[in-house]
Design a binder for this molecule. Sequence first.
Ligand code: PLP
Length: 463
Amino acid sequence: MSTYPYQDRFEINRRLPEAGRSHHEILGELEVMAKEEDAFWETGKCSGTMYCGDHDHYHFLNKAFGMFAHVNSLQRDMCPSSTKFEAEVIAMTLDLLHAEAVQGSTPAGLVTTGGTGSIAHAMLAYRDHANQERGVTRPNVIKPETAHPAFDKACHLFGIELRRAPVDPESTLVDVDWVDENIDDQTVAIIGSACNYGYGTVDPIDRLSDVALRHGVGLHVDSCLGGFILPFGQELGYDIPVFDYRLPGVTSMSADTHKYGYALKGTSVLTFRDQALRNSQYFFLTDWSGGKYCSPGMEGSRSGGLLAATWASMVHLGREGYRNHARRIFETAEVMQGAVRSHPELQLRGKPTFLFSFTSDVFDVYHVNDFMRLRGWRLNGQQYPNALHMAVTRPQTQAGVADAFTVDLADAVEYARAHKDEAPKSGAIYGGVAGGMTDEADSFIKAVMADMMDGYQQVPGEE
Ligand SMILES: *Cc1c(COP(=O)(O)O)cnc(C)c1O
């Protein structure tokens, strides 16, 4: 039995239709899917992913997008506006990350397709720069275990050895001494997260900065998640350590406009302390029969619409708008973390920010997840140890959501106590992938994941 989406209601397109359909009919079909899918997160019970959740804001961004959606920003002679949007998005991001503190080099940036794109371009830049400047031929990078899988992916793609530094089991922060001891003459960069995706904790970037300077290696700060919210948390007086260009060893930072930048999906900003590092991965082909070619990053054609919408989001909100959104998100996160702390059966992981994760040493915390799901919550599952994570976004700041969390969590703890001798129904989830890893299960789990991904892009066979 196929469970192909909407198969009972809408025709499956296995071939390009001979005759096209009307705008009206197509838009009607799309609207049904969009409305139903939005209802899933509009409740505020879905962790992360819908960072803004405000349809008026989306409508505004879509208008900005629509004016330039058909524009290829690679062809700048035809779209000087793309230069204005991209340059200003980068300048505003550098400003937020305190690039005014940089001395002796010119800060620069790239707008990429997302956090993974920013991290990949950063790793490519470090590899190529270290090769050009230091003759490094067997590059390695050191990341905290808690840093995002995008680093593993980038290293896999670019032939860089990835060394995983352990984190302290209590604080969840990287073991800086381990990083220090494992740097060698082929190390091109070390990594810290501000904050990490799993626990919302901020690595000791100040100490990593000292280590990076002492060894003469790069330091990438992954603030994909925190880049557009933690600076405002600092302004609001929350206890968030300095993690940006004010620390002299920080050489690049990623900040996702498509997360707490409240822009459309498909953009992120990668910034550099020194434009020479960025430029080391510029691509040129000067002797191609099709003409002279160059591109600043991995993409070829890019949408002018995404640049326009990202720019529009930033200049519409301004510091004040971002600060107000941050204030309500931090307040909501505090209420939710208070609810977790009120149960002695639950423990928060480390010292979280707007995003928190909790575990239990009384029962498998996935029992809590099983129950929270019944109440409509979508928390993210983690492993080693089993934990549940909630990234607080604007949909959670709606009236009543934090209170509902408090009530539902209390009931979930009771449920978990009652069912603690049974196996929970849910497991560790990232991007919809289920499974608790053991070495033996690894290849089986990979096969299941591959099947799942195949299913994401396949129409079902005909009856
Ligand atoms: C989301 C995220 C990434 C990856 O970003 P994508 O936009 O999903 O490609 C990297 N690091 C952190 C900390 C993130 O939260």
